[in-house]
Design a protein. Structure first.
Length: 81
C-alpha cells in the first residue's frame, strides 16, 4: 500500500495549462492580419505590413509571448519542493 502513495500521479489535462497561450496566439494572428488589411502599407516598402503572411506571423508571435506571460506556472507542490 505504501508504494501506491509514492507513485507519481499521471498528468491529466496538461494541455489546459497552455490554453491561454494557444488562444492568444490565434487572436494575435487574426489581429496581425487585420492590421495588414486595414492599416497596411500602400507603397510596399514596409517589411512587416506589406505582406499578409509576415504580419500574421508577427501577430501570432506577439500573441504567444503574451500568452506565455499569463499562463499559470507550476505550483511548488507539483514540482516536488
Amino acid at each position: 500500500m505504501e508504494q501506491d502513495a509514492t507513485k507519481p500521479k499521471p498528468k491529466q489535462n496538461s494541455w489546459k495549462r497552455y490554453l491561454p497561450m494557444m488562444i492568444l496566439a490565434v487572436v494575435g494572428a487574426i489581429a496581425g492580419f487585420l492590421y495588414y488589411r486595414l492599416v497596411g502599407c500602400a507603397s510596399g516598402a514596409c517589411p512587416i505590413t506589406s505582406n499578409p503572411y509576415i504580419s500574421t506571423a508577427y501577430g501570432g508571435v506577439i500573441g504567444v509571448l503574451l500568452g506565455y506571460i499569463v499562463t499559470p506556472g507550476k505550483k511548488k507542490e507539483d514540482q516536488g519542493a
